[in-house]
Ligand binder design. Sequence first.
Ligand code: ZN
Ligand code: ZN
Ligand code: ZN
Length: 218
Amino acid sequence: MAVTKGVCYLCGKELGKTAMKNHLLKNHTDNTGDQKSYLLKAEGRYNKDYWIFFDVPVSTNLETVDKFLRRIWLECCGHLSAFSDGSYNEIKKTTKLYNFEEGTQLVHEYDFGSTTETLVTFVSKATRPSQKSAVRLLARNIPPVFPCRECGKPADYIDVEAAYEGENPFYCNACLEELEEEIEECYLLPVTNSPRMGVCGYEGTLDTFSFVKPELLK
Ligand SMILES: [Zn+2]
Ligand SMILES: [Zn+2]
Ligand SMILES: [Zn+2]
């Protein structure tokens, strides 16, 4: 996968991950608000092309971050999850965010069977204008496009069995319709903008972009 660019949800600018971090620090942490917050980065531990920047009040705890990660790219059937440090020492979800130093990295594990690991980085403390929701989504990678194995157009589905066997597992809707008889539906999962794509029953979330001003979406 090529390195993905992302969109800043506050101004619509498209940038790579590191440039986005600098952009957010420079342009969107003006410290004018009165709510003490933490700028966090989440990325797939083994799929770093999936990434999100968001801010959360420092007075909230890791439970809030867990809920957000589930909502935006993990939740399939209510599996267990946990945070830990780099050596897999568990860190309680009741831990408040102000306890973490800038630069801290935590591992978030969702589902201890087919685990999806997310790296959470505490980028920078700041203040922000008070928000309705605890989590404010600031930027996210543009969904990567996977070419259909039959026709090369952007794929809609991943065939989990083919992925397991190491074949190109991606199909577009049109080709799937033609192949109807040959591929078992139970192995098909939708292409999603998430490191959990193709795992367990993960189908993505419909409200992924509900935080976002519609005019900023293509
Ligand atoms: Zn911006
Ligand atoms: Zn599941
Ligand atoms: Zn196709």
